[in-house]
Ligand binder design. Structure first.
Ligand SMILES: [Zn+2]
Length: 206
């Protein structure tokens, strides 16, 4: 915990004073342009990989970057999506999966979930990944099968996102655009899903 206390001390004494004006404005309201849905994994630091900061991203995180589709239930992710779209009027919703995702590894080896009853039930939501599995990339070697399934989960959850009532309404009015991304931890690169050609392409043009 000392590390966190020290980190906060540095923020409060060195960072905050120089940005006091920005925080002053943000203290009253927020108007983020982006809803960012990603995995809880500690290796994904959205502000670091996207060059964003306070007030930019409205973030929802959970194991496996899932958007549940059950209409009988309420959960934190769909409630967050509803608020972001209906109240904050975000212009873009980004669903971002990542390499080496533990949730997707568990989906491949469900036995690992035996001692985790809640995770086991939660990760039923990623089963649609199997029917959207992407072609394996031989360059990814021993990780190719997992990476193909993780990209499939991005496609599956992107469909669930578009099916959320608030998102579907906003899409019908061209008030929002949705994006499916795959972040590769090893290379630091992001791929985007192209819905026209149904393939993942580099976010950055070569
Ligand atoms: Zn993950």
């Amino acid at each position: 915990m000392d590390r966190l206390t020290e980190g906060h001390r540095r923020f409060h004494t060195q960072v905050f004073p120089g940005r006091r004006h920005q925080f002053h404005l943000l203290a009253e309201s927020q108007a983020p342009e982006f809803l960012f849905i990603t995995c809880s994994d500690s290796r994904i630091v959205p502000d670091l990989i996207l060059g964003t900061g306070p007030g930019d991203l409205f973030i929802s995180r959970n194991a496996g970057n899932v958007v549940p589709i059950s209409s009988n239930d309420v959960d934190g992710t769909t409630a967050t999506i509803e608020y972001a779209v209906e109240v904050l009027k975000v212009k873009h919703a980004i669903l971002c999966g990542h390499s080496d995702c533990g949730a997707m590894k568990a989906a491949l080896d469900r036995k690992a979930l035996d001692p985790l009853p809640k995770a086991s039930r939660w990760l039923r939501h990623v089963e649609a990944a199997f029917s959207h599995r992407q072609p394996s990339n031989p360059a990814e070697g021993e990780h190719a099968e997992l990476a193909a399934l993780i990209r499939g989960n991005v496609v599956a959850q992107l469909l669930n996102l578009k099916a959320q009532p608030a998102v579907a309404r906003a899409l019908a009015h061209d008030a929002i655009s949705v994006h499916g991304w795959y972040y590769d931890i090893l290379s630091g690169r992001i791929e985007r899903y192209d819905e026209q050609i149904r393939r993942f392409l580099p976010l950055l043009e070569p």
